[in-house]
Design a protein around this ligand. Sequence first.
Ligand SMILES: C[C@H](CCC[C@@H](C)[C@H]1CC[C@H]2[C@@H]3[C@H](O)C[C@@H]4C[C@H](O)CC[C@]4(C)[C@H]3C[C@H](O)[C@]12C)C(=O)SCCNC(=O)CCNC(=O)[C@H](O)C(C)(C)COP(=O)(O)OP(=O)(O)OC[C@H]1O[C@@H](n2cnc3c(N)ncnc32)[C@H](O)[C@@H]1OP(=O)(O)O
Length: 383
Amino acid sequence: MALHGVRVVELAGLAPAPLCGMVLADFGAQVVRVDRSPRTAMGTDVQGRGKRSLALDLKRPPGAAALRRLCLQTDVLIEPFRHGVMEKLGLGPEILLKENPKLIYARLTGFGQSGKYAKSAGHDINYLALSGVLSKLGRKNENPYAPVNLLADFAGGGVMCAMGIVMALFERTRSGKGQVIDAAMVEGAAYLSSFLWKSQNLGLWNRPRGENLLDSGAPFYETYETSDGKFMAVGAIEPQFYQQLIEGLGLESHKLPNQLSFSDWPEMKQMFADIFSKKTQAEWCRLFNGTNACVTPVLSVDEAALHPHNKERCSFIKNDQEEISPRPSPHLSRTPASPSSRRDPFIGEHTEEILLEYGFTKEEIVKLHSEKVIEFNKPKANL
Ligand SMILES: C[C@H](CCC[C@@H](C)[C@H]1CC[C@H]2[C@@H]3[C@H](O)C[C@@H]4C[C@H](O)CC[C@]4(C)[C@H]3C[C@H](O)[C@]12C)C(=O)SCCNC(=O)CCNC(=O)[C@H](O)C(C)(C)COP(=O)(O)OP(=O)(O)OC[C@H]1O[C@@H](n2cnc3c(N)ncnc32)[C@H](O)[C@@H]1OP(=O)(O)O
């Protein structure tokens, strides 16, 4: 796998850092997740695939010292706390990089390591709002709408951070040096959305939110309800594809306004909606399958795994617990990801084996355990 041999320590956090760690694990990195005690923390990481868990109290000096030791033999550290938390623990980048100059120290936060908000709490919706992107999302005459926590947390945060880590690992092959990554979700979400800024002069965003080409303003870039309460997605932007949409809907283009006549869009939408409501989703699929009208069913997460196209590409995978999840993407031809099929780790499940692997002696481990700096949490056998 592409990241075989890369050692990662991920400090447990909410959504974005766990995704970042999971992506690295899926592509072959050895990821150790450092958790708080199983007595004080609930296991909320559903993105623990391929990781092992070490329960370590970082607030206790021997705990922080243990992390420093781990970092001596680690390629990448992912930390998901507000600016200042790691410094307070004596685990800031100056110290850790001095001890291991090859360390890639990835700081995944909302507001970044500097600036007015650096020490403020926040979540996806706040970062998206500050990036400027949220102002563009939503339907006509409605408040801005955050699409779950996908954009800032996962795309602008977890994925951007993973990209930064891979770039830093690549650069390290030339310089032999690590570096600090300041992955701020505000900036990640904005960068991801560069098109919004760079397309201003194309006139794509001249109208209020929800009345433009790609923000649910256009009738040919919309979702429509079908007679069985499901939905179809329409993305027929180019004239030749739009023509196929019109034909599929049983309309005649010479009787319709011009595709780009903004003032006619609301009426056109109503017309398309009426037509889509006359057939079931399956009927529309049969009608549009194999055309270039850019019409596809809106599938539920369960249906997506069963769709013939996705099945053909094995786009979804099952783990040992029969849980279905998306296959790691993208697909690398020679060194594809090989996601673990084991269940996610329990907090503290691998404490002892990880510490032994990183060179701690049995005696040291017993001492840390007796001082309650580390915890073990072996799963009970299923008798
Ligand atoms: C919208 C999303 C968030 C969605 C999350 C949801 C998916 C989940 C949230 C609640 C979950 C549910 C719940 O738990 C109940 C169930 C539990 C069950 O097990 C599963 C089902 C549940 C229903 C469960 C389901 C889901 O998992 C949930 C619904 C986001 O936007 S996430 C992005 C958030 N932002 C960031 O990550 C940016 C950077 N981070 C921050 O800004 C802050 O960390 C944050 C997020 C604001 C939190 O602030 P907080 O004050 O709590 O932390 P920090 O200031 O960063 O400091 C951390 C402190 O912790 C200490 N510490 C850390 N590790 C250790 C350790 N190993 N040992 C000891 N101490 C440790 C550290 O020293 C800091 O201490 P101090 O505060 O004293 O300095």
